[in-house]
Design a protein around this ligand. Sequence first.
Ligand code: HEC
Length: 121
Amino acid sequence: MKKLFVSTVVIATALMACKGSKETASTTPAAPLDCTSKVITYTADIKPIMENNCTKCHNTNNKAGYNFLTLESVKKAAESGHLLGTIKHEKGFKGMPYFAGKLDQSSIDKVECWIKNGMKE
Ligand code: HEC
């Protein structure tokens, strides 16, 4: 019984050491999105995405507190993290668009880079 306990500790320590070295080698499992050369604006890129996918529900009715016909509302959702959380279907958020699957990856990337690059109008 004691032997079993010791070997368990040894294996656990080895696993932890292994995990530790892996984390220093590569910081994150998925490479972060590279937005450096991307020029994305609200008017040209984000507004059409919202109008095609979101504003039939989130309009002047202010559903869930958002009127995505306005830049102000899109910024509010972006700054709180809810815009990306919902369109990426992250844990703890309602997946948006509601009941209609997920946006295509290129639209999700556009929204992410728009936010990363300072939400240009
Ligand atoms: C079919 C209608 C519909 C569409 C389309 C839709 N939503 Fe929603 N959305 C809702 C409803 C209803 C809620 C409230 C959900 C609840 O609280 O159960 C909501 C809630 C939200 C919330 C707040 C909830 C949270 O977890 O933060 C955000 C942010 C949001 N929607 C973003 C979007 C975005 C962005 C799009 C477009 C990509 C979108 N929605 C498309 C109906 C819709």
